[in-house]
Design a protein around this ligand. Structure first.
Ligand code: BDR
Ligand code: CA
Length: 296
């Protein structure tokens, strides 16, 4: 089993990643940390807590940073709705989050040196702060897998992918930290898009994981249909899976710089950048079968 700490900003596709991570017997989620991104920190944290209660799962949630290192927060409510979960109203969990997320990273990384993969599927603000405060994390963690970046154009501007755009300075800190960084950006994740009728087989299962996945999948179409989108992409789930199922991906090592000027958030191949393992391709057919099997 791969030990994972998941840093996220739920957000509907983050919620799908949490569900898949819990359903997969090869993944051991040690805890979830939340960051401001798709919606404000209050909502990303409540969404994580409420989703875990809805699934009846006992996982600790730590809330991290409520704004990027140097910039104002840009949210993505047009894709995720005002609260981040589209029009889904999850029952309120009575559990609370803890604030000391960076200490949680350190405590577990010391307990399991070189065993934990940090998977970050939101802006990299929490990780940049934690690496600055506790630089020893770079020796103690196995590596970091991020959902973010793109070598093939952006999804929030023509240049930039959303997570990197929101906090490019944090991304630069992480990319140059010395940690083994795997960048699962739009080059790979855009391969994992589905139209509304493509995942009907998941509905045949009445497991809690299948049911909640399809509730969120349907909500994604209701919310994104309003802005003309006809397919949805499992960005964050795909990034999570790359930490375990490497054969479903094609990786190439590239030096990557994060631009902070006019082309804010663009991940550019440049010899001055940190050496990053970039996912350049992904097997959608494998993913579809995996989802049906794992969630049932
Ligand atoms: C990323 O941006 C967010 O809106 C999603 O949750 C995902 O992490 C895709 O660009
Ligand atoms: Ca996300």
């Amino acid at each position: 089993m791969q030990k994972i700490i998941l840093d996220c900003d739920p957000g509907m596709d983050d919620a799908l990643a949490i569900i898949t991570g819990l359903a997969d017997k090869n993944i051991d989620i040690l805890g979830i940390t939340t960051v401001a991104g798709n919606v404000e920190l209050y909502h990303t944290t409540r969404n994580a807590l409420n989703l875990l209660k809805y699934l009846d799962e006992d996982i600790d949630v730590y809330s991290g940073k409520d704004k990027p290192l140097l910039r104002d927060l840009n949210t993505a409510t047009e894709f995720h709705g005002e609260t981040g979960m589209g029009d889904i109203d999850l029952p309120n969990s009575s559990m609370e989050s803890s604030k000391d997320y960076a200490e949680f990273y350190l405590k577990y990384a010391e307990k399991f040196p070189q065993e934990i993969e940090l998977v970050a599927v939101g802006p990299l603000t929490n990780i940049a702060h934690a690496l600055t405060e506790y630089p020893e994390l770079k020796y103690l963690l196995k590596g970091i897998t991020i959902m973010g970046g793109s070598l093939c154009g952006g999804n929030i501007t023509p240049y930039a992918e959303f997570n990197i755009y929101v906090d490019p300075e944090a991304a630069n800190i992480v990319f140059n930290s010395g940690l083994i960084v795997k960048m699962i950006g739009l080059d790979a994740t855009m391969k994992g898009h589905f139209t509304a009728d493509e995942l009907e087989d998941i509905r045949k299962s009445d497991s809690k994981y299948s049911k909640v996945t399809m509730e969120i999948f349907d909500a994604m179409f209701r919310v994104r249909g309003k802005i003309g989108m006809t397919s949805v992409v499992f960005h964050d789930t795909i990034a999570l899976l790359s930490a375990i199922y490497k054969d479903a991906f094609k990786f190439e090592e590239k030096p990557i710089l994060v631009e902070t000027g006019d082309r804010r958030g663009k991940t550019t191949e440049n010899f001055k950048g940190g050496k990053i393992l970039v996912a350049v391709d992904f097997n959608k057919e494998w993913f579809k079968k995996y989802l049906i099997e794992t969630l049932k």
